[in-house]
Write a protein that binds this ligand. Structure first.
Ligand code: NDP
Ligand code: OXD
Length: 316
């Protein structure tokens, strides 16, 4: 059984060693191929992060493609064009949830403790204690409550902030221990009206592209904070900037952007109420990801559901 890896972000040998380590009873059956070195080699399974379309098109015997990340927005159009019958399987947490929870918890505490205001005071050597919003009224809303959203929401709940969520279905997934109201996307504006902090952890799909435009973001209460670690194109960046300049929004913590890397002359870089990280909120951990992929391959071999199969119609 041949597993081809295409990952420009990791040395191939890290994947090869981790897959071998977690192969279990498939250990003797697998051969791991560096797709960049041997592009013509035909594989049974592809493990990819942003592969070239022509390579995918040349793969004729794929049984499944594993996306080496949670978001499939980059690979799904390639799958539709070049391998429409092949199942696409995404990572489900695989060690990313804890990282995302750290990222979001920092942003929520930073907002609640008014750290940007203190940074501005410090710039003028001003010693001035500020009044904090009562924690009980400082509601944190999660737009998207999947693997990433739920991990982050659990952490924020643990910090004793009230939480709420908005999802496509409006119903909790099985096993969801989320202690707050869940709105369906048809009630997005009502949901936004309750968020002192909005945490965006949606996948980028045809339905979510540009969802957070001026009309939507202006539903947030005055002084609200926005955290986007989903995908840049979920949110209209100019509309966000306008609402920050109008002081309707108090801050934005952004990990993802419409264009990455964020262009050097982009106004977000220099906005005093914007904090930027370069798409690092949660990165793929080779060990846990390889372990999960080998478990999923073993499930496919047994004829079981591996979990994480992307619904191409929904886009996630
Ligand atoms: P999941 O598929 O587990 O969860 C997706 C969530 O979004 C679900 O709650 C789903 O609703 C909801 N959703 C999907 N479509 C809509 C819609 N049209 N309207 C409202 N809600 C919708 O994904 P993950 O939690 O694993 O990942 C989410 C995204 O986070 C990824 O797609 C990726 O873009 C991003 N990400 C970013 C990282 C970073 O480093 N910045 C790292 C990892 C992921 P429902 O529950 O009803 O299905
Ligand atoms: C992902 C990401 O989707 O890293 O996994 O953004």
């Amino acid at each position: 059984m041949k597993l081809a890896v295409w990952d420009p972000d990791e040395p191939f040998r890290r994947w090869r060693d981790a897959l071998a380590q977690h192969a279990g009873e498939l250990r003797l059956a697998i051969e791991v191929i560096d797709a960049a070195e041997q592009p013509d080699e035909q594989a049974d399974f592809a493990l990819v992060w942003r592969p070239p379309g022509e390579w995918l098109a040349g793969q004729q015997q794929l049984r499944a493609v594993f996306n080496l990340g949670a978001g499939v927005d980059a690979v799904l159009p390639l799958m539709r064009a070049h391998a429409p019958q092949v199942p696409l399987i995404r990572l489900q947490d695989a060690g990313m949830g804890r990282q995302m929870a750290d990222y979001v918890a920092e942003a929520v505490l930073h907002a609640h403790r008014r750290m940007l205001d203190y940074a501005a005071l410090q710039a003028h050597a001003t010693w001035e204690p500020l009044v904090l919003a009562p924690r009980t009224g400082f509601s944190v809303g999660f737009l998207g409550l999947g693997h990433m959203g739920l991990a982050a929401a659990r952490r924020v709940q643990g910090l004793e902030f009230p939480v709420l969520a908005c999802t496509r279905s409006g119903t909790p997934r099985a096993g969801t221990d989320f202690d707050g109201p869940i709105y369906g996307i048809d009630r997005l504006y009502e949901f936004l009206g309750h968020c002192r902090v909005l945490v965006v952890l949606l996948p980028l799909t045809a339905d979510t592209h540009g969802l957070l435009d001026y009309g939507a973001l202006s539903q947030l209460p005055r002084g609200a904070h926005v955290v986007n670690a989903g995908r840049g194109a979920l949110l209209r960046e100019q509309d966000l900037l306008d609402l920050l300049d109008e002081q309707h929004l108090a801050s934005a913590t952004l990990d993802v952007f419409e264009t990455e890397p964020l262009p050097i002359d982009h106004p977000l870089w220099s906005h005093p109420r914007v904090r930027i990280t370069p798409h690092v909120a949660a990165h793929t951990l080779v060990g846990p990801a390889a372990a999960q992929i080998m478990r999923k391959i073993a499930a496919l071999e047994r004829g079981d559901d591996p979990g994480g199969i992307v619904d191409a119609r929904l886009g996630y």
